[in-house]
Ligand binder design. Structure first.
Ligand code: ADP
Ligand code: ZN
Length: 211
């Protein structure tokens, strides 16, 4: 099955994605992670992506769609995949329809008021990608896996504002797009631990697709 995770920045897509990917044995494909890896390796794609990501804007569609289209041809996708952060606008969704059939869209609705603080206080593990909030770290600088925690460069108030605006203008219309196709699965993100939301997601996905 091919699944999409939809939700505003900070809604908890990444954390749910890890848990969903593990339970249903799907490769977790995060365009944000792919871009960040390219930035670290200073590839051509990385250089280009950085200029947009640092401003909280979307990386151009042609580049993004080409990356995903290629990634979906890998062997590990033959039984499906979990897309996290793609598509992010109508153009990307229409392109995706040309090369993949989407079975379900896990949409995480969340109160925008929670997001600014969540994102600006977020610290991410360099090794495993787990995210934390500074308020719970008590000065701790490493992850439970031993990896070093860092703050993403785009997790600052100005860039977050722009990312939320981009989400409202360009990504939120996808909720309607996938509702009309009959594949949307709606959830509400809260301040509760990610496991609480995952229990609900699991129930719905198990029911719909089997374990
Ligand atoms: P978040 O959902 O917290 O904003 P992501 O890691 O998904 O984080 O994305 C980080 C940045 O990477 C985005 O702000 C955007 O600049 C870029 N990006 C990720 N996915 C896409 C995409 N599908 N299309 C264009 N740009 C993207
Ligand atoms: Zn870690």
């Amino acid at each position: 099955m091919n699944l999409i995770l939809l939700g505003a920045p900070g809604a908890g897509k990444g954390t749910q994605a890890k848990m969903i990917a593990q339970r249903y044995h799907l490769p977790h494909i995060s365009t944000g992670d792919i871009f960040r890896e390219n930035i670290r390796k200073e590839t051509e794609i990385g250089l280009l992506a950085k200029s947009y990501i640092d401003k909280g804007q979307l990386v151009p569609d042609e580049v993004t769609c080409a990356i995903v289209k290629d990634r979906l041809t890998w062997d590990d996708c033959k039984n499906g995949c979990l897309l996290d952060g793609f598509p992010r606008n109508l153009y990307q969704a229409e392109e995706l329809d040309k090369f993949a059939k989407i079975d379900g869209v896990v949409n995480i609705n969340i109160d925008f008021k929670l997001l600014m603080d969540r994102l600006c206080g977020r610290r991410v593990c360099k090794e495993c990608g787990e995210s934390y909030h500074v308020s719970t770290l008590n000065g701790q600088t490493t992850c439970h896996c031993g990896g070093e925690l860092y703050q993403r460069k785009d997790d600052n108030p100005e860039t977050v504002k722009s990312r939320l605006d981009v989400y409202s203008a360009q990504t939120a219309p996808l909720i309607d797009y996938y509702t009309k196709k009959g594949v949307i699965l709606n959830f509400t993100g809260t301040e509760a631990p990610a496991e609480v939301l995952f229990e609900e997601v699991k129930k719905v996905l198990d029911e719909k697709f089997g374990k």
